[in-house]
Design a protein around this ligand. Sequence first.
Ligand SMILES: Cc1cc2nc3c(=O)[nH]c(=O)nc-3n(C[C@H](O)[C@H](O)[C@H](O)COP(=O)(O)OP(=O)(O)OC[C@H]3O[C@@H](n4cnc5c(N)ncnc54)[C@H](O)[C@@H]3O)c2cc1C
Length: 418
Amino acid sequence: MTFTSPATTAPPTAPSTGPTTDPSATPTSARLDADFYGFQDVLTPREQEAALAVRAFMEREVRPLADDYWDRAECPVHLFKPFAELGSVGAAWAETARFENSAVFRGWVGMELARVDSSFCTFIGVSSGLAMSSIGLGGSPEQREQWLPPMAAGDLIGAFGLTEPLAGSDTARGLRTTATRHGDTWVLHGAKRWIGNATFADVVVIWAKDTADDQVKGFLVRRGTPGFTATKIERKQSLRIVQNADIVLDGVEVAEADRLQGIDSFKDVAKVLRVTRDGVAWQSLGTMIGAYEAAVAYTAQREQFGHPIASYQLMQDKLATALANVTASLAVCVRVSQLQDAGTQRDAHAAMAKSFVTTRMRETVALAREACGGNGITLDTGVARFFADAEAVYTFEGTRDMNNLIVGREITGHAAFV
Ligand SMILES: Cc1cc2nc3c(=O)[nH]c(=O)nc-3n(C[C@H](O)[C@H](O)[C@H](O)COP(=O)(O)OP(=O)(O)OC[C@H]3O[C@@H](n4cnc5c(N)ncnc54)[C@H](O)[C@@H]3O)c2cc1C
């Protein structure tokens, strides 16, 4: 049996004063029950309309296939173009934004994706967040004009290659991949690990150290370039839909015209990561909402001791704790994105959001899983996928440790990474 989300179905019939059964509440098609404090109101009417179109797309196109694709560890690449046609890919950039929009809106869209499937959110986010932000923040006007419009239209898919087999948390100083300039051509040597979308991406942003000055530079490596190979990482138990790859760069030649002209050092890479870290906080929020909604639906229908398990005090404590986690995380996400809109966001702001929300996510998906008992470990209750996916989201774009060290450095003035 599959249990559907209460936000898209009629509320349960069990008597309750909770948010899912209030007949005077805003129609569930317009407002998520999990948005308990009504944060959706901070979006403009145009942004709300666009966010609802994304929600409808996710319910119609992604929810019906998510479990099976996850089970088979396959990616619905065919949905990239139809999703891009909604207009939310590349919304951050002047070249590609279809209407004036905020960082809060862009984060909200990520939350809507992850609420249905966190892998799909990653698949879209790697291209529209990590890869496009690298070009948007680090590219010349000509490079932006060349790459951003086709990526926003869904005609090109991007990937982002920073992590290496021997450099994960330590990428700021530990990259081994090298780039050596010969006239107007750069030659790349090295290896990358965990690179999402890399098995099918049209362009992979590769970060490598210039052998001349030891500084990190960014390179746009096109699909099919000789010397580039991407091998799918198998047997992954989290975000199974995402196609992560081990990459080998064996004398890959890249024209100077495809070196990101605005990237001079790792400090420029950090600017990209700051923006996308907000996005991962929003993704974590969506992941916990998906698990919470599934738990609300399941506990309303499952009966033990002659009553729905949702009617018991201990169960309501779990659901109330989960909703409080969602609500606090939503507040953090909205505010950190507002700081981005205001141009006052610092690295520690984004790091705290990622650390805090992923930690709350981990607790929330575990509560939701627990609420569903044994059935909670199957894909059928709609919780297990979120539970498993949370682990990867907790780790990528800086582990909790790394993000807390960024915040700790700001609090104390001491960098404690080594
Ligand atoms: C599903 C998935 C998708 C990914 N997608 C991409 C992608 O598209 N592109 C990309 O470039 N990367 C990607 N990554 C890589 C990701 O960013 C890294 O996994 C992450 O940065 C952690 O690096 P690591 O896995 O090498 O762990 P490590 O750095 O080896 O860390 C292992 C543990 O040690 C801890 N640790 C490390 N240093 C310290 C310290 N100084 N003090 C205390 N504790 C420490 C960490 O917090 C962690 O708990 C992805 C990863 C996953 C799992």
